[in-house]
Ligand binder design. Sequence first.
Ligand code: PGA
Length: 256
Amino acid sequence: MARDKTLIIGNWKMNLGVHDSSLYLHKLAKVVKIHRNVEVVIAPTILALQTLSVQVNLRQIKLAAQNFYYRDHGAYTGEVSATMLRGIVQYVLVGHSERRHVFHESDKDIRAKVQAAIRNDIRPILCVGETAGEKAADETKDVLFDQLIGGLANVTSEELEKIVIAYEPVWAIGTGKNALPPDVTFAIQAIRSQLKHLYGAKAAANIQVLYGGSVTADSAAAYLELPDVDGLLIGGASLDAHIFSGIIEKAYTIKK
Ligand code: PGA
């Protein structure tokens, strides 16, 4: 997808069980307006995906998985593959900071997941971002470059079009300390310049890049107004259907 749509993604993390997820979707579908310039995606618990995939109107709302394993099938007790998610979700999160830092996912795992998503016709949302320590040491650019090279190593320029990048500074996730808009512009321009180096100017200009980290109903507009920001990845504020739909409405009026 080119950058003509603003992507608004709600990451519910380990909140809302199957019943509550279904109630939420019902509520959201009632309040949210369909706008052709906004793509709305929700990422519920993996348990609820099957139920929601039957309930959802895909012209209105798309589904994402928060996590999966990169092999397609086999003796991997407890895991769910992208092959199993195919047809149920349209997107998957990959490399979210909680996966990198709490579950110690490596760039190798992340790269394999990007590949698995593409192989199974699911759009990966590759999350990148620096920690507070890395920011303090002025290493943001280097960290982003390493994470992009690490995550995209096997991706061709054709495949790059299917990928969404989310810039999510680790220190901003779930902390209430959202990044300043000029810092977001700086980081996203660094991301595009690295992609230009790897894939050429056209591919870099066309890829969708989102911001995520403590976005609220009040702070959303400041990011959506930035020319380099193509959408938002929202955790806490997406758990309330009214707040989430308010942000979606802002995306409609601000862009594009
Ligand atoms: P937050 O989470 O909005 O609660 O900071 C964002 C995310 O983890 O994607």
